[in-house]
Design a protein around this ligand. Structure first.
Ligand SMILES: [Zn+2]
Length: 371
């Protein structure tokens, strides 16, 4: 079983893909999502009907196969990764790395149950990208950031692809699952490659003792409108996990099938859906789709939450900011939205420390204060 670590590395490429650009541009939908003055994607009527009006048009599917010996989750995450690129103004390298980590967070959301649960992936590498953090809730509302969004490296000489491994560097990976219990579950493992999919495969084996196959891919191509240096053309991935007692023949066969597959982004670019991809992998093993829903990049920050983050700097610091008389600006790390608190408001906070807002099971949104 330990051999079941095959995964799809090096999925990024920088190929042209004009055909897929036309396909994306030609998409029609109900309403348009506009972020930061930029028009972004369409919300189609289906997404609205499914009760997910906030979100873009990515799809997450989960299911089982081979008499329940296999659980799978697959995602097309193109819109999520493109939204991350727009929000953070990421370089090609950072787009690929953050996109993979966001896709992984969406995939891991299938392991959550309650409305208040969340899962966070923290990639602490020593490479030029710095720390990468992504978070998902049970509905795969994902968000994330990378410490150095502009970091860039030359394409890898060996295969001409984006060198995510070098961008991430050596270090460790943490998965934090807040399952609405007293304490969050925290698992840690070494970064064995920096390509993220391989690192997660290793994490599942080392930290959770679950043989897994993880694929994550972000394909970057030219902007059809020529306004942006590039855009995310296709992104997606899957996590396949074996349950205890899975027969060796099944493991061998899946290794062969997955090893011989084109990359997820190649399949998506050819018109396959996330469902098509898993159905194809498990052909003959009675794959059963158990859920399929829309998801996207959503930040849940609010003035109240940011005020709580500001209060958390401590009374002494807050008093200094008050006395400084310039107020405080906090920027949400996940969506770059800025929140300004005036000296008067800070004075009120000092006079009457605010009660903790509801749902603080999650860390504050990592706002950074500037006075
Ligand atoms: Zn935010």
């Amino acid at each position: 079983m330990e051999n079941f670590t095959e995964n799809r590395e090096n999925l990024d490429d920088v190929s042209g893909g004009a055909a897929t650009g036309a396909e994306e541009a030609g998409k029609t939908g109900g309403s348009t999502l506009i972020i930061g003055g930029k028009v972004f994607g369409d919300l189609d009527a289906g997404a609205l009907k499914r009760g997910n009006p906030l979100l873009a048009d990515d799809v997450l599917v989960t299911g089982i196969a081979a008499d329940g010996f296999v659980r799978f989750t697959a995602a097309e995450s193109t819109a999520t990764c493109e939204k991350a690129r727009i929000i953070h103004g990421t370089s090609a390298l950072a787009t690929a790395a953050l996109g993979r980590a966001l896709t992984a967070a969406a995939l891991l959301s299938s392991q959550l149950k309650n409305e208040t649960d969340s899962v966070s992936i923290q990639i602490n590498g020593k490479g030029p990208l710095g720390k990468i953090v992504t978070i998902s809730d049970v509905k795969a509302r994902v968000r994330g950031y990378v410490a150095n969004p502009k970091a860039e490296l030359p394409l890898r000489v060996s295969d001409g692809k984006i060198d995510v491994a070098a961008g991430v560097g050596k270090g460790f990976l943490q998965i934090i699952k807040d399952l609405s219990l007293k304490e969050p579950y925290i698992g840690t493992s070494a970064l064995v490659s920096g390509e993220i999919a391989e690192d997660l495969t290793y994490y599942f084996a080392a930290s959770e003792q679950v043989p897994s196959s993880v694929a994550l891919g972000v394909r970057i191509g030219p902007d059809p409108d020529g306004k942006e240096p590039f855009r995310v053309e296709k992104a997606g991935g899957f996590i396949i996990q074996l349950m205890p007692g899975a027969p060796d023949s099944l493991i061998d066969d899946l290794e062969k099938r997955i090893g011989g597959m084109p990359s997820v982004t190649t399949l998506l670019a050819a018109g396959a859906t996330a469902t098509d991809i898993v159905k194809d992998i498990f052909k003959g093993y009675s794959p059963e789709i158990q859920s399929s829903h829309w998801f996207g990049y959503v930040c849940g920050c609010s003035r109240g939450r940011m005020q709580a983050a500001l209060a958390a700097v401590g009374r002494k610091e807050l008093t200094e900011i008050y006395e400084d008389g310039h107020g405080a600006e906090l920027c949400c790390n996940f969506c770059n939205k800025k929140y300004f608190f005036s000296t008067e408001e800070i004075g009120e906070m000092l006079a009457r420390p605010p009660a903790k807002p509801e749902g603080t099971g999650e860390e504050p949104d990592g706002g950074t204060a500037e006075s």
